[in-house]
Design a protein around this ligand. Structure first.
Ligand code: SF4
Ligand code: SF4
Length: 351
């Protein structure tokens, strides 16, 4: 059965307020589990504060060619929210004056924004050298207008971070849609062909693993070994590193947890796996997330929950480094997903 976005299904959970209610009620309201705020206070880490900005993560739109089961963006072909060139220009004005060294493009499928390549070209002219694109891989094979993306990525030395939930067709296609595994392998081969992911190559190609069900990821280095072995031996594919990330209990993954009656058990697992040492390295401490319409959030997850930054500055057009630095990070129970085990945000293990 083809998955539909929560928006298309007119689900209650398409409303971020409803998601926040679920995350604050029940087991957290009656005290069975501690709220995230109280948990980090145990090790004197509340309030969590932003440090110096290093990474600007820009969500250029929620449109995607896939409709994955776990998607925290509720992305899909029916989502029409797309960053305009005007908002991109406002981001470029900020890039020229901040010390941020990395631009991290996310979506949806960021490559589907018609101004994506223009944006990268202009950011490159503005002096950005470190680019990350969160690519779902299949976009490269979805239409001939995207076939040359590997060459484009190479021109700007873009670091490609690609989702790949498993090395088997069954588990990958179940989470991400029929045919995704085969197309992902074909795209990885195209990336390898231009040098991405090859041993000793500077063209970085990393894979991002996230569990296919209501469980936490296993050990990152053991998973990397398994992925490397199977992808190389069976398909001749190379990549650099694998990042294992925990699914956060929001959006379509929250919907899945509730529908499969796993929500409470999953929250118990997250709280049980809480690691105080992971708190200081969560991505919101050095990253600012910009939404398709230019609003500012502590991270992409808060963006989806419509929890804006706690600052007078709310929009990229009003950007002010001194007002944003040191701001209190807006947290809720979904944050347990970033501090479970070794910790993960969008970049795999952080501690
Ligand atoms: S998880 Fe990524 S590839 Fe899948 S629907 Fe969401 S944005 Fe698209
Ligand atoms: S969900 Fe966002 S705000 Fe919460 S800890 Fe993770 S990165 Fe920080």
């Amino acid at each position: 059965m083809t998955q539909k976005t929560l928006h298309k299904r007119h689900s209650d959970l398409a409303n971020s307020k409803r998601q926040l209610q679920i995350l604050s009620n029940g087991i957290f309201q009656n005290g069975d589990l501690p709220k995230f705020k109280d948990k980090i206070a145990e090790s004197n880490q509340f309030p969590l504060k932003a440090r110096k900005l290093e990474i600007l993560q820009i969500n250029v739109g929620y449109m995607c060619n896939q409709v994955c089961e776990h998607c925290h963006v509720d992305a899909g072909p029916d989502r029409k929210e797309i960053m305009t060139r005007e908002t991109m220009q406002q981001c470029l004005d900020v890039i020229k004056k901040t010390g941020a060294h990395t631009l991290d493009f996310t979506g949806g499928a960021p490559e589907m924004n018609p101004n994506f390549r223009w944006f990268v070209d202009e950011a490159s002219k503005a002096g950005i050298k470190d680019f990350i694109v969160r690519s779902n891989l299949t976009i490269i094979k979805s239409n001939k207008k995207y076939y040359d993306l590997p060459e484009f990525f190479k021109t700007h030395n873009i670091h490609v971070m690609s989702s790949m939930p498993h090395w088997t067709k069954g588990k990958t296609d179940k989470q991400r849609g029929e045919g995704v595994f085969a197309k992902s392998l074909a795209a990885l081969k195209d990336l390898n062909a231009v040098g991405y992911g090859m041993p000793d190559s500077n063209l970085r190609l990393d894979l991002v693993y996230n569990p296919t069900g209501a469980f936490l990821p296993g050990n990152q280095s053991a998973l990397e070994k398994d992925f490397k072995k199977v992808l190389l031996e069976e398909f001749g594919i190379h990549f650099h590193n694998l990042f294992a990330i925990t699914n956060l209990p929001i959006s379509r993954f929250l919907d899945y947890l509730i529908a499969s009656e796993n929500y409470e058990d999953y929250m118990y697992s997250l709280v049980e796996a809480y690691n105080p040492a992971a708190v200081q390295n969560v991505m919101c401490t050095n990253t600012l997330s910009v939404s398709w319409d230019g609003y500012l959030y502590d991270c992409d997850f808060n963006q989806m929950l419509e929890l804006p930054v706690s600052s007078k500055v709310k929009h990229i057009s009003e950007y002010n480094e001194s007002l944003l630095e040191g701001r209190k990070i807006v947290i809720s129970q979904h944050c347990y997903g970033c501090t479970a085990g070794a910790g993960s945000s969008c970049q795999g293990s952080v501690a």
